[in-house]
Design a protein around this ligand. Structure first.
Ligand code: NAD
Ligand code: IPM
Ligand code: MN
Length: 347
Protein backbone atom coordinates (compact mmCIF):
# COMPACT_ATOMS: atom_id res chain seq x y z
CA UNK A 1 0.00 0.00 0.00
CA UNK A 2 1.21 3.49 -0.82
CA UNK A 3 2.50 5.43 2.17
CA UNK A 4 1.66 9.10 2.46
CA UNK A 5 3.99 11.79 3.75
CA UNK A 6 2.15 15.00 4.56
CA UNK A 7 4.36 18.09 4.27
CA UNK A 8 3.42 21.15 6.31
CA UNK A 9 6.00 23.81 5.33
CA UNK A 10 4.57 26.53 7.57
CA UNK A 11 6.24 29.93 7.85
CA UNK A 12 9.56 31.75 7.54
CA UNK A 13 12.38 29.36 6.68
CA UNK A 14 9.96 26.42 7.03
CA UNK A 15 9.16 26.22 3.29
CA UNK A 16 12.82 26.79 2.38
CA UNK A 17 14.15 23.89 4.45
CA UNK A 18 11.24 21.58 3.72
CA UNK A 19 11.78 21.94 -0.03
CA UNK A 20 15.22 20.36 0.44
CA UNK A 21 13.85 17.62 2.69
CA UNK A 22 11.30 16.82 0.01
CA UNK A 23 13.92 16.56 -2.73
CA UNK A 24 15.93 14.15 -0.59
CA UNK A 25 12.80 12.12 0.26
CA UNK A 26 11.86 11.91 -3.42
CA UNK A 27 15.32 10.53 -4.15
CA UNK A 28 15.39 7.84 -1.45
CA UNK A 29 11.69 6.94 -1.35
CA UNK A 30 10.24 7.73 -4.80
CA UNK A 31 7.20 5.55 -4.17
CA UNK A 32 5.98 7.77 -1.31
CA UNK A 33 2.87 9.85 -1.98
CA UNK A 34 3.59 13.46 -1.05
CA UNK A 35 0.82 15.76 0.08
CA UNK A 36 1.16 19.36 1.15
CA UNK A 37 -1.02 21.57 3.35
CA UNK A 38 -1.00 24.82 5.31
CA UNK A 39 -0.27 25.31 8.99
CA UNK A 40 0.66 28.24 11.20
CA UNK A 41 0.73 31.78 9.83
CA UNK A 42 0.27 30.46 6.29
CA UNK A 43 -3.03 28.89 7.39
CA UNK A 44 -4.07 32.05 9.23
CA UNK A 45 -3.57 34.09 6.06
CA UNK A 46 -5.72 31.67 4.06
CA UNK A 47 -8.32 30.51 6.61
CA UNK A 48 -8.04 32.82 9.63
CA UNK A 49 -7.01 29.93 11.90
CA UNK A 50 -3.60 28.27 12.31
CA UNK A 51 -4.85 24.68 11.89
CA UNK A 52 -8.05 23.70 10.12
CA UNK A 53 -10.05 20.57 10.93
CA UNK A 54 -9.38 19.39 7.38
CA UNK A 55 -5.63 19.58 7.78
CA UNK A 56 -5.75 17.82 11.15
CA UNK A 57 -7.89 15.07 9.59
CA UNK A 58 -5.46 14.83 6.67
CA UNK A 59 -2.56 14.51 9.14
CA UNK A 60 -4.33 11.74 11.03
CA UNK A 61 -4.81 9.67 7.90
CA UNK A 62 -1.25 10.09 6.59
CA UNK A 63 1.59 7.78 7.52
CA UNK A 64 3.88 10.57 8.71
CA UNK A 65 3.79 14.36 8.93
CA UNK A 66 6.82 16.54 8.25
CA UNK A 67 6.57 20.12 9.45
CA UNK A 68 8.92 23.02 8.67
CA UNK A 69 8.32 25.73 11.27
CA UNK A 70 5.59 28.13 12.30
CA UNK A 71 5.44 31.68 13.60
CA UNK A 72 6.75 35.12 12.86
CA UNK A 73 6.36 38.80 13.71
CA UNK A 74 3.44 39.19 11.29
CA UNK A 75 1.11 37.16 13.52
CA UNK A 76 2.43 38.09 16.97
CA UNK A 77 -0.37 40.49 17.86
CA UNK A 78 -3.24 38.04 17.34
CA UNK A 79 -5.01 36.29 20.22
CA UNK A 80 -3.08 33.31 21.55
CA UNK A 81 -5.44 30.67 20.17
CA UNK A 82 -5.19 32.26 16.74
CA UNK A 83 -1.42 32.44 16.66
CA UNK A 84 0.71 30.14 14.48
CA UNK A 85 2.12 28.37 17.55
CA UNK A 86 -1.41 27.33 18.57
CA UNK A 87 -1.65 25.44 15.27
CA UNK A 88 1.46 23.47 16.12
CA UNK A 89 0.26 22.71 19.64
CA UNK A 90 -3.13 21.68 18.22
CA UNK A 91 -1.44 19.35 15.78
CA UNK A 92 0.66 17.73 18.52
CA UNK A 93 -2.38 17.35 20.77
CA UNK A 94 -4.63 16.21 17.92
CA UNK A 95 -2.18 13.53 16.82
CA UNK A 96 -1.51 12.68 20.49
CA UNK A 97 2.23 12.56 19.82
CA UNK A 98 3.25 12.54 23.46
CA UNK A 99 6.90 11.52 23.11
CA UNK A 100 9.19 14.03 21.44
CA UNK A 101 12.60 12.58 20.59
CA UNK A 102 15.30 15.19 20.15
CA UNK A 103 18.68 13.63 19.39
CA UNK A 104 21.65 15.90 20.05
CA UNK A 105 24.30 14.23 17.94
CA UNK A 106 27.57 15.93 17.10
CA UNK A 107 28.81 14.95 13.64
CA UNK A 108 32.59 14.40 13.86
CA UNK A 109 33.21 17.04 11.21
CA UNK A 110 31.27 19.65 13.21
CA UNK A 111 33.21 19.30 16.45
CA UNK A 112 34.87 22.67 15.84
CA UNK A 113 31.54 24.37 15.08
CA UNK A 114 30.26 23.93 18.62
CA UNK A 115 30.59 26.82 21.03
CA UNK A 116 32.10 24.35 23.51
CA UNK A 117 35.67 23.02 23.45
CA UNK A 118 36.09 20.21 20.89
CA UNK A 119 36.99 17.59 23.50
CA UNK A 120 33.70 18.23 25.32
CA UNK A 121 31.54 17.51 22.28
CA UNK A 122 33.56 14.99 20.22
CA UNK A 123 31.47 11.81 20.17
CA UNK A 124 28.46 13.49 21.77
CA UNK A 125 25.25 11.49 21.32
CA UNK A 126 22.36 12.41 23.62
CA UNK A 127 18.69 11.60 23.18
CA UNK A 128 16.29 13.99 24.84
CA UNK A 129 12.83 12.51 25.38
CA UNK A 130 10.45 15.38 25.96
CA UNK A 131 6.82 14.95 27.01
CA UNK A 132 4.91 16.91 24.37
CA UNK A 133 1.16 16.98 24.94
CA UNK A 134 0.72 17.96 28.58
CA UNK A 135 2.40 19.83 31.44
CA UNK A 136 2.35 23.58 31.78
CA UNK A 137 1.87 24.00 28.00
CA UNK A 138 -1.66 22.64 28.23
CA UNK A 139 -2.72 22.87 31.90
CA UNK A 140 -5.87 24.78 32.85
CA UNK A 141 -6.65 27.30 34.18
CA UNK A 142 -4.41 29.78 32.48
CA UNK A 143 -4.84 33.40 31.65
CA UNK A 144 -3.80 37.02 31.80
CA UNK A 145 -5.67 39.70 33.67
CA UNK A 146 -4.00 42.79 32.20
CA UNK A 147 -2.28 44.83 34.88
CA UNK A 148 -3.24 42.27 37.56
CA UNK A 149 -1.76 38.82 37.00
CA UNK A 150 -0.80 36.09 34.59
CA UNK A 151 -0.96 32.38 35.40
CA UNK A 152 -0.48 28.89 33.99
CA UNK A 153 -1.12 25.48 35.49
CA UNK A 154 1.55 22.81 35.59
CA UNK A 155 -0.04 19.38 35.77
CA UNK A 156 0.90 15.79 34.97
CA UNK A 157 -1.24 12.71 35.48
CA UNK A 158 0.15 9.27 36.30
CA UNK A 159 -0.68 7.91 32.83
CA UNK A 160 0.98 10.82 31.08
CA UNK A 161 4.23 10.33 32.98
CA UNK A 162 4.10 6.56 32.61
CA UNK A 163 3.73 6.47 28.84
CA UNK A 164 6.58 8.87 28.12
CA UNK A 165 8.84 7.24 30.74
CA UNK A 166 8.28 3.87 29.08
CA UNK A 167 9.37 5.34 25.74
CA UNK A 168 12.53 6.70 27.37
CA UNK A 169 13.35 3.30 28.93
CA UNK A 170 12.71 1.52 25.65
CA UNK A 171 14.97 3.91 23.76
CA UNK A 172 17.69 3.65 26.41
CA UNK A 173 17.71 -0.14 26.00
CA UNK A 174 18.73 0.37 22.37
CA UNK A 175 21.51 2.76 23.43
CA UNK A 176 23.75 2.94 26.51
CA UNK A 177 20.95 1.98 28.91
CA UNK A 178 20.93 5.14 31.03
CA UNK A 179 18.04 7.55 31.64
CA UNK A 180 18.40 10.80 33.55
CA UNK A 181 14.99 12.15 34.54
CA UNK A 182 14.84 15.91 34.94
CA UNK A 183 12.43 18.10 36.94
CA UNK A 184 12.34 20.59 39.79
CA UNK A 185 11.05 18.30 42.52
CA UNK A 186 12.74 20.55 45.07
CA UNK A 187 10.25 23.35 44.38
CA UNK A 188 7.39 21.99 42.24
CA UNK A 189 4.65 19.51 43.09
CA UNK A 190 4.49 18.38 39.45
CA UNK A 191 8.23 17.82 39.72
CA UNK A 192 7.88 15.71 42.85
CA UNK A 193 5.07 13.70 41.31
CA UNK A 194 7.09 13.26 38.12
CA UNK A 195 10.06 11.87 40.06
CA UNK A 196 7.90 9.49 42.12
CA UNK A 197 6.04 8.24 39.06
CA UNK A 198 9.15 7.77 36.89
CA UNK A 199 10.74 5.79 39.76
CA UNK A 200 7.63 3.63 40.05
CA UNK A 201 7.41 2.97 36.31
CA UNK A 202 11.12 2.16 36.26
CA UNK A 203 10.49 -0.53 38.87
CA UNK A 204 8.02 -2.23 36.54
CA UNK A 205 9.24 -1.40 33.02
CA UNK A 206 12.83 -0.33 33.52
CA UNK A 207 14.71 -3.61 33.46
CA UNK A 208 18.19 -3.19 32.07
CA UNK A 209 17.99 0.59 32.41
CA UNK A 210 19.89 2.66 34.96
CA UNK A 211 17.74 5.55 36.19
CA UNK A 212 19.05 8.76 37.74
CA UNK A 213 17.38 12.06 38.62
CA UNK A 214 18.57 15.64 38.28
CA UNK A 215 17.09 19.05 38.89
CA UNK A 216 16.48 20.90 35.63
CA UNK A 217 18.71 23.84 36.54
CA UNK A 218 21.59 21.52 37.40
CA UNK A 219 21.01 19.64 34.15
CA UNK A 220 21.28 22.89 32.19
CA UNK A 221 24.64 23.46 33.84
CA UNK A 222 25.86 19.85 33.39
CA UNK A 223 24.92 19.98 29.69
CA UNK A 224 27.60 22.59 29.10
CA UNK A 225 30.07 21.30 31.70
CA UNK A 226 30.22 17.59 30.83
CA UNK A 227 27.58 16.88 28.17
CA UNK A 228 28.86 13.40 27.36
CA UNK A 229 27.79 12.12 30.81
CA UNK A 230 24.23 11.86 29.43
CA UNK A 231 22.67 9.06 27.41
CA UNK A 232 18.89 9.65 27.50
CA UNK A 233 17.42 12.73 29.19
CA UNK A 234 13.74 12.44 30.10
CA UNK A 235 11.91 15.71 30.76
CA UNK A 236 8.50 17.31 30.85
CA UNK A 237 7.26 19.65 28.16
CA UNK A 238 8.78 22.94 29.30
CA UNK A 239 12.17 21.75 30.59
CA UNK A 240 12.52 19.48 27.55
CA UNK A 241 11.96 22.45 25.28
CA UNK A 242 14.62 24.55 26.97
CA UNK A 243 17.21 21.80 27.39
CA UNK A 244 16.90 20.72 23.75
CA UNK A 245 17.68 24.23 22.48
CA UNK A 246 20.68 24.24 24.79
CA UNK A 247 21.76 20.82 23.54
CA UNK A 248 21.42 22.07 19.96
CA UNK A 249 24.39 24.37 20.39
CA UNK A 250 26.53 21.42 21.47
CA UNK A 251 26.09 20.01 17.97
CA UNK A 252 27.24 23.15 16.22
CA UNK A 253 23.97 24.87 15.31
CA UNK A 254 20.29 24.72 15.99
CA UNK A 255 20.02 24.25 12.22
CA UNK A 256 21.28 20.69 12.76
CA UNK A 257 18.73 19.37 15.27
CA UNK A 258 15.83 17.19 14.10
CA UNK A 259 12.99 15.75 16.12
CA UNK A 260 10.43 12.99 16.04
CA UNK A 261 7.15 13.17 17.94
CA UNK A 262 5.56 9.79 18.44
CA UNK A 263 2.20 8.62 19.70
CA UNK A 264 0.94 5.12 20.26
CA UNK A 265 1.83 2.35 17.81
CA UNK A 266 0.14 2.58 14.45
CA UNK A 267 -0.49 6.34 14.59
CA UNK A 268 1.40 8.82 12.37
CA UNK A 269 4.39 10.56 13.88
CA UNK A 270 5.06 14.28 13.53
CA UNK A 271 8.58 15.19 12.46
CA UNK A 272 10.01 18.68 12.68
CA UNK A 273 13.27 20.52 13.15
CA UNK A 274 13.84 21.81 16.68
CA UNK A 275 14.44 25.30 15.30
CA UNK A 276 11.75 27.85 14.53
CA UNK A 277 10.86 29.98 11.52
CA UNK A 278 13.98 32.16 11.92
CA UNK A 279 12.38 35.45 10.81
CA UNK A 280 15.82 37.12 10.84
CA UNK A 281 17.02 35.04 7.87
CA UNK A 282 13.73 34.00 6.24
CA UNK A 283 13.50 34.62 2.50
CA UNK A 284 17.26 34.81 2.04
CA UNK A 285 17.77 31.18 1.08
CA UNK A 286 20.57 30.74 3.61
CA UNK A 287 18.93 28.55 6.27
CA UNK A 288 20.55 25.24 7.11
CA UNK A 289 18.29 22.47 5.78
CA UNK A 290 20.03 19.68 7.74
CA UNK A 291 17.57 19.68 10.68
CA UNK A 292 14.66 19.34 8.25
CA UNK A 293 16.41 16.66 6.19
CA UNK A 294 17.31 14.74 9.35
CA UNK A 295 13.71 15.09 10.58
CA UNK A 296 12.65 13.48 7.32
CA UNK A 297 15.28 10.80 8.02
CA UNK A 298 13.60 10.21 11.40
CA UNK A 299 10.22 9.90 9.64
CA UNK A 300 11.63 7.20 7.39
CA UNK A 301 13.04 5.39 10.42
CA UNK A 302 10.34 5.82 13.07
CA UNK A 303 7.06 5.99 11.14
CA UNK A 304 7.58 4.61 7.65
CA UNK A 305 9.62 1.51 8.46
CA UNK A 306 12.35 2.42 5.97
CA UNK A 307 15.52 2.04 7.99
CA UNK A 308 17.73 1.52 4.93
CA UNK A 309 16.57 4.74 3.29
CA UNK A 310 17.02 6.54 6.61
CA UNK A 311 20.58 5.24 6.93
CA UNK A 312 21.33 6.43 3.40
CA UNK A 313 20.11 9.95 4.23
CA UNK A 314 22.11 10.07 7.46
CA UNK A 315 25.25 8.94 5.62
CA UNK A 316 24.71 11.52 2.88
CA UNK A 317 24.42 14.35 5.41
CA UNK A 318 27.48 13.08 7.22
CA UNK A 319 29.46 12.85 3.97
CA UNK A 320 28.47 16.34 2.85
CA UNK A 321 29.60 17.77 6.19
CA UNK A 322 32.86 15.81 6.05
CA UNK A 323 33.46 17.26 2.61
CA UNK A 324 33.23 20.73 4.14
CA UNK A 325 29.66 21.64 3.21
CA UNK A 326 28.61 24.49 5.53
CA UNK A 327 25.75 26.93 5.58
CA UNK A 328 26.20 30.32 7.24
CA UNK A 329 25.18 29.14 10.73
CA UNK A 330 28.06 26.63 10.57
CA UNK A 331 30.55 29.26 9.47
CA UNK A 332 30.23 28.59 5.72
CA UNK A 333 28.62 30.32 2.78
CA UNK A 334 26.46 27.69 1.08
CA UNK A 335 22.85 28.50 0.30
CA UNK A 336 20.03 26.25 1.48
CA UNK A 337 19.71 24.85 -2.04
CA UNK A 338 23.45 24.26 -2.46
CA UNK A 339 23.55 22.37 0.85
CA UNK A 340 20.61 20.27 -0.37
CA UNK A 341 22.41 19.64 -3.68
CA UNK A 342 25.53 18.36 -1.92
CA UNK A 343 23.51 16.03 0.29
CA UNK A 344 21.59 14.74 -2.73
CA UNK A 345 24.79 14.12 -4.68
CA UNK A 346 26.10 12.01 -1.80
CA UNK A 347 23.16 9.63 -1.83
P1 NAD B 1 14.39 30.27 15.85
O1 NAD B 1 14.81 28.87 16.06
O2 NAD B 1 13.45 30.53 14.74
O3 NAD B 1 15.69 31.17 15.63
C1 NAD B 1 16.72 31.32 16.60
C2 NAD B 1 18.04 31.68 15.89
O4 NAD B 1 18.52 30.52 15.22
C3 NAD B 1 17.88 32.76 14.83
O5 NAD B 1 19.04 33.57 14.83
C4 NAD B 1 17.81 31.98 13.53
O6 NAD B 1 18.27 32.67 12.39
C5 NAD B 1 18.69 30.77 13.84
N1 NAD B 1 18.24 29.57 13.10
C6 NAD B 1 17.16 28.82 13.38
N2 NAD B 1 17.05 27.83 12.49
C7 NAD B 1 18.07 27.96 11.63
C8 NAD B 1 18.49 27.22 10.48
N3 NAD B 1 17.83 26.14 10.02
N4 NAD B 1 19.60 27.64 9.83
C9 NAD B 1 20.30 28.71 10.28
N5 NAD B 1 19.96 29.43 11.36
C10 NAD B 1 18.85 29.07 12.03
O7 NAD B 1 13.77 30.77 17.24
P2 NAD B 1 13.07 32.18 17.63
O8 NAD B 1 13.74 33.28 16.89
O9 NAD B 1 13.05 32.17 19.08
O10 NAD B 1 11.58 32.03 17.10
C11 NAD B 1 11.13 32.53 15.85
C12 NAD B 1 9.71 32.08 15.60
O11 NAD B 1 9.67 30.67 15.44
C13 NAD B 1 8.74 32.38 16.75
O12 NAD B 1 7.52 32.75 16.19
C14 NAD B 1 8.63 31.06 17.49
O13 NAD B 1 7.45 30.90 18.19
C15 NAD B 1 8.72 30.09 16.35
N6 NAD B 1 9.20 28.75 16.69
C16 NAD B 1 8.62 27.72 16.03
C17 NAD B 1 9.06 26.43 16.21
C18 NAD B 1 8.43 25.33 15.43
O14 NAD B 1 7.69 25.61 14.52
N7 NAD B 1 8.69 24.08 15.75
C19 NAD B 1 10.14 26.18 17.08
C20 NAD B 1 10.73 27.28 17.75
C21 NAD B 1 10.26 28.56 17.53
C1 IPM C 1 9.58 23.87 19.82
C2 IPM C 1 8.98 25.26 19.89
C3 IPM C 1 7.52 25.16 20.28
C4 IPM C 1 7.46 24.67 21.71
C5 IPM C 1 6.68 26.45 20.14
C6 IPM C 1 6.84 27.10 18.81
C7 IPM C 1 5.23 26.15 20.40
O1 IPM C 1 9.71 26.07 20.73
O2 IPM C 1 9.06 23.02 19.10
O3 IPM C 1 10.60 23.64 20.46
O4 IPM C 1 7.64 25.45 22.66
O5 IPM C 1 7.22 23.47 21.89
MN1 MN D 1 11.58 25.16 21.42
Amino acid sequence: MTQTLLLLPGDGIGPEVLAEARRVAEAVAPDLAFEEALVGGASIDAHDIPLTDDVLAQAKTSDAVLLGAVGGPKWEATDRDKRPEAGLLGLRKGLDVFANLRPAFCFPSLVAASSLKPELVAGLDIMIVRELTSGVYFGAPRGVEPGVKGYDTSIYTADEVERVARVAFEIARGRDGRVCSVEKSNVMETGLFWRQQVTKVHGVHGSGVELSHMYADACAMELVRQPKQFDVILAGNLFGDILSDEAAMLTGSIGMLPSASLGSAGTPGLFEPVHGSAPDIAGQGVANPCAAILSMEMALRWSLGRGDAANAVFEAVSKALEGGARTKDLGGSLSTREMGDLILSGL
